[in-house]
Design a protein around this ligand. Sequence first.
Ligand code: F6R
Length: 364
Amino acid sequence: GKDGYRHYMEKELHEHPVVIGQTLRRFVNPVTHKIELPELPFDMKSLKRGIITACGSAFYAGVIGRYWLEELARLPIDLDVASEMRYRNPPFDKGGMGLLVSQSGETADTLAALRALKKADQKIISVLNNEHSSMARESDLVLGMDAGVEIAVASTKAFTAQLTVLACLTLVMGQERGTITPQYADECLTALLDLPSRVAEVLQMQEQIQKMAQIVAQVQSVIYLGRGIMFPVAMEGALKLKEISYIHADAYAAGEMKHGPIALIDNTVPVIALLPSGPLFEKTLSNLQEAKARGGRILVFTDAKGAERVQSIAEQIVVLPTVHSFVTPPLYTVPVQMLAYEAALLKGTDVDQPRNLAKSVTVE
Ligand code: F6R
């Protein structure tokens, strides 16, 4: 049942902290406090290249995985949606890593991409919620997430669970390849272990997010901006909004805005920025100033330090907990999913069963 929540999606949003915690418990040894993964189907040190593929939200989790693996494990990653990957036929070296991400393990395009990668002699690791699925059966290794059953058509908790698994994989690979120090890995792991509490704080910010939703629910189109690892989080926010509220939304890498989308901006197209403080903050802030100068309404998710800097241009700011930069992607995902939910409530759409969509897309 819905345990007193109005929709499965609301219930599942509130399961984020538990699901992240459960998934971590699966891979973190409670005694040594180290991440332990099953044996990988390749030698991590000599691995030359990986390829990540998936569909929809699972793909956005994969994009975040690419940022982590490239930056911290110094592993070159090729990336594409599965519906393209399955027909792309890129050149491969034998024995590379094929990394698939899927909640259901049954998505037709992702399964077909898995088979294409296998045929190209790639070693298949699948990050799956359903460990008895077709993809599970055909993988060399399954890294399971403990998200439990996800009933709402729009994926929520499975996404943060996928990120939790990808984060663990990155930290193990980074240490094995000698590209991060054990101290840095410990710092990141501490941030991950702390994440359920920080996410629980975000879930309490419903009122502020409802205020933002009141603006969003009145417009026909929204632009999400993010730079670096926040770009895929922006894509997740835009997809979720379209999917359940039927409000058009697009996500752009913040620096791309001036190459076209800025033509759309006026006071009817709000800009939602995902803007944790950090080395890329000022760059994205200047993109927001450009949007503001063209009459755009600026809505921002940031932290306390960032809030001071955006105050003068933002119409609304949701101040999220300050966390280690490694865990900003899962943390910032939660409020954008909540925003989509609140906007859908205001629009009165069928949140758990949006029109034209099915939970598992088992045909091409
Ligand atoms: C978005 C959503 C879809 C799925 C996609 C992949 O909220 O639910 O975009 O993420 O269809 O599904 P899985 O993860 O089952 O392969």
